[in-house]
Design a binder for this molecule. Structure first.
Ligand code: AMP
Ligand code: TRP
Length: 338
C-alpha cells in the first residue's frame, strides 16, 4: 500500500503584487510538487482584514490571486484551493481556540510587537491573527506548514495551542504541525537593488520587481533599467559588486531550467550587459505569456472562477467543519437539532 501522503497547509495573503520572486522561489515549486503531498492552498482574506483594507480592492485582489495561482498551474483537481472566508469553520473555530489561548502567548509574538509598535491604533484582530492561523492549520490535520522564517513563531504557537487543546480535552485530537522552511527554487533579488530580495511591498516601485501581470514592454523596460556594474564580464559570482549580473543570470537559469554552463554558453557572444538584459527579458516574457493568457481568461469568466473556488471551498468545509463540530461538542456546546 502507498504510504499515506502528508498533508500540507499553505496560507497566502491576497494583498500585494505577486512577482517573479514569488513565482520562481515558491509557486513554481508548489506546482511541481502537487502530486507528492495532499495540499491545501488557502487565500487568507480574513487575515488581510487585520489591517485596514479598501473593500473593493480586497475583493479584487482575492479573486485575482486565486486566478493567478490557477494560471500558474495550481490544479484545483489535485489540490484544494480556496478562499478562507468561504469556509465558515475558520472563523467559528478560531473563537473556540481563543477561549483556550492565554493572552500572554499572543502578546509575546514578535510580529505583533513589531506591527503594533508602528500603528497608532491597534486592532484586536491583529493580536488574534495567530489564533486564526492556528485554526487554518489544525482544522485540516496538516502535518506540514511551509512558511518563511517570519512565520515560524506563529506555527510554533499553533503547536502550543494544539497541544493545550489535546491535553484539556482529548489526547491526539489535533495533529501537532511542523513548520517547514521550503526549498527555495530561486532567490530573486530586486532589479533596482540586487543586494535585497525582490519584495511584494516594493513591487509597486518602478524598476524593482517584475510583476506576473506586467506587459512585455514593461518587462523589457524593467530589465533594461536593472542595476549592474561598470564592468562587462557575464559570470555567476558571489561578489557583491557583481550581484546585479548574478541576479540576471540566476533569473535566466531559473526561467529556462538550464545548467550554469548552458546559461553562460547562451551569452558567450553577448556584447555587454545590454544583450544579457534583452535575453533575460525575452525568456521571462515567453514564460509569463501563457500564464497571463490563462489568468486573463479566468478573470474574464467569473462563472468558471467561482465554480473552481466553490469546489475548493466545499472540499475544505467537508474536512474542517466536522473537526470544529467535534470541538464544540467536546467543549460543552449543545448541538442544534437538525
Ligand atoms: P511573500 O511575498 O513574502 O508573501 O512570500 C511568498 C512566497 O514567495 C514565500 O514562499 C517566499 O519565500 C517566496 N518569495 C518571496 N520573495 C521572494 C524572492 N525575492 N525570491 C524568491 N522567493 C521569494
Ligand atoms: N500568516 C501567513 C503570512 O502572512 C499567512 C497564513 C495565514 C498562513 N494562515 C496560514 C500560512 C496558515 C501558513 C499556514 O504569510
Amino acid at each position: 500500500m502507498e504510504p499515506q501522503k502528508k498533508r500540507v497547509f499553505s496560507g497566502i495573503q491576497p494583498t500585494g503584487n505577486i512577482h517573479l520572486g514569488n513565482y520562481l522561489g515558491a509557486v513554481k515549486n508548489w506546482v511541481a510538487k502537487q502530486d507528492e503531498k495532499v495540499n491545501f492552498f488557502c487565500i487568507v482574506d480574513l487575515h488581510s482584514l487585520t489591517v485596514p483594507q479598501d473593500p473593493a480592492d480586497l475583493r479584487f485582489q482575492t479573486r485575482s490571486l486565486a486566478a493567478m495561482l490557477i494560471a500558474c498551474g495550481i490544479d484545483p483537481q489535485k489540490s484544494t484551493l480556496f478562499i478562507q472566508s468561504h469556509v465558515s469553520a475558520h472563523a467559528e473555530g478560531a473563537w473556540l481556540l481563543n477561549c483556550i489561548t492565554p493572552l500572554g502567548w499572543l502578546q509575546r509574538m514578535t510580529q505583533f510587537k513589531d506591527k503594533s509598535a508602528k500603528q497608532e491604533s491597534v486592532l484586536t484582530g491583529l493580536l488574534d491573527y495567530p489564533v486564526l492561523m492556528t485554526g487554518d492549520i489544525i482544522f485540516y490535520d496538516a502535518h506540514e506548514v511551509p512558511v518563511g522564517e517570519d512565520q515560524k513563531q506563529h506555527v510554533e504557537l499553533a503547536r502550543d495551542i494544539a497541544q493545550r487543546f489535546n491535553s484539556l480535552y482529548e489526547e491526539e485530537f489535533f495533529i501537532v504541525p511542523e513548520p517547514v522552511i521550503p526549498e527555495v527554487g530561486a532567490r530573486v533579488m530586486g532589479l533596482d537593488d540586487p543586494t535585497n530580495k525582490m519584495s511584494k511591498s516594493l513591487a509597486h516601485v518602478r524598476g524593482h520587481a517584475i510583476r506576473l501581470l506586467d506587459e512585455p514592454k514593461e518587462i523589457e523596460r524593467s530589465f533594461k533599467r536593472a542595476v549592474t556594474d561598470s564592468g562587462n564580464e557575464i559570470a555567476f559570482s558571489d561578489d557583491p559588486e557583481k550581484a546585479g549580473v548574478n541576479n540576471l543570470l540566476g533569473i535566466y537559469k531559473a526561467v529556462t531550467g538550464k545548467s550554469e554552463a548552458d546559461v553562460l554558453a547562451d551569452f558567450a557572444n553577448a556584447r555587454g550587459y545590454g544583450d544579457l538584459k534583452k535575453g533575460v527579458a525575452a525568456v521571462t516574457i515567453e514564460m509569463l505569456r501563457p500564464i497571463q493568457e490563462r489568468y486573463q481568461a479566468l478573470m474574464a469568466d467569473p462563472v468558471e472562477l467561482d465554480r473552481l473556488l466553490a469546489i475548493g471551498a466545499a472540499q475544505a468545509q467537508a474536512i474542517s467543519q466536522p473537526k470544529v463540530d467535534q470541538m464544540k461538542q467536546m467543549m460543552g456546546l449543545v448541538p442544534p437539532r437538525r
